[in-house]
Write a protein that binds this ligand. Sequence first.
Ligand SMILES: NC(=O)c1ccc[n+]([C@@H]2O[C@H](COP(=O)([O-])OP(=O)(O)OC[C@H]3O[C@@H](n4cnc5c(N)ncnc54)[C@H](OP(=O)(O)O)[C@@H]3O)[C@@H](O)[C@H]2O)c1
Length: 338
Amino acid sequence: MTPARNRQFRLKSRPQGRISADHFDFCQEAPPEPGEGQARVRVLYLSLDPTNRIWMSDMDQYMPPVAIGEVMRGGGIGVVEASRSSRYREGDLVTGLTGWQDYCLADEGENAMSVLPEGLPVSLPTMLGACGMTGITAYFGLLDLGRPQAGETVVVSAAAGAVGSVVGQIAKIQGCRAVGIAGGPDKCRYLVEELGFDAAVDYKSADWQEQLAAATPDGIDVNFENVGGEIMEAVMRRMNLFSRMPLCGMISGYNQQEPMRGDFSPILMRRIDVRGFIVMDFLDRYAEAAAQLAQWVMEGRIKHRETIVEGLEQAPEAVNMLFDGGNVGKLVVKVSEA
Ligand SMILES: NC(=O)c1ccc[n+]([C@@H]2O[C@H](COP(=O)([O-])OP(=O)(O)OC[C@H]3O[C@@H](n4cnc5c(N)ncnc54)[C@H](OP(=O)(O)O)[C@@H]3O)[C@@H](O)[C@H]2O)c1
């Protein structure tokens, strides 16, 4: 039976600064009927990501911006409700670009989704976080690009978030000193007391640069950069000769109209290996990362939290939590019951 309605957020205008529901048309249409080679997927959880903000803008980016009038792009997990494809069976859990809507179509080509294995050992939100896209980002960014060696110091910004929390814990597994930068005493306590970071720096306190210096007495060998701006510059000034800097994100600039500027001199003076990356660069190795992350999670060596917002209608406002620091761990929206 075809369900009654498909609510969709279609981009109406490009935000300047904060995002609000006014930037979208919240419309309804009939849920899609799968054609040959397609399946209809009911969305269960949406992943909210800083990159949603990038996609809403027309800044220079790694995928085409979401067009005005188009359903807002977003990752998620859903369940197959009707299928005319041998790739998907009714009841399969699938993950991929669902969009901000109740239902989407998965196909066997450009809009293919990955079928999740049966009997998942972790919850669906965790499959979007520590064992999903953000965990995979942490895994490749740190291990392949950061190349941490035991005894080295790894610093990560946005450390209590989805990517950062996993970065610090993988650094510990590698035998490194893990230092997290996060906003506020609660998040800093969480990093040290629950996740096992060696030290945390509260960038919202007046003496954060002194805290950073005290936390990195031997300098910094790997900076996993998530924030950019002033925090990135302060960290770079403490980086060691021939250190590495996976450049994962620059969230402090995503709501700004002006391109971010910075002091590049430490890159030259300390010969820092800076490497920007997008997790999709490692698409052909996702299975490796997912298996390892799941094992670490099952062993309790990677702990994780998810911040779950109820209801698709909350999505536009909820994205702002990423910019206000309202989330701990992975931010997801629960769209419907599994
Ligand atoms: N390259 C890739 O493929 C890839 C993939 C996923 C994510 N990313 C990037 O990784 C970063 C983290 O993403 P995520 O999904 O894990 O988000 P997240 O860390 O779960 O959430 C974002 C966090 O960033 C912090 N933040 C926001 N604005 C800030 C500012 N102006 N200064 C300092 N901290 C700020 C907030 O924490 P506080 O409370 O600590 O301020 C917030 O909770 C983002 O830059 C994102 O674009 C890149």
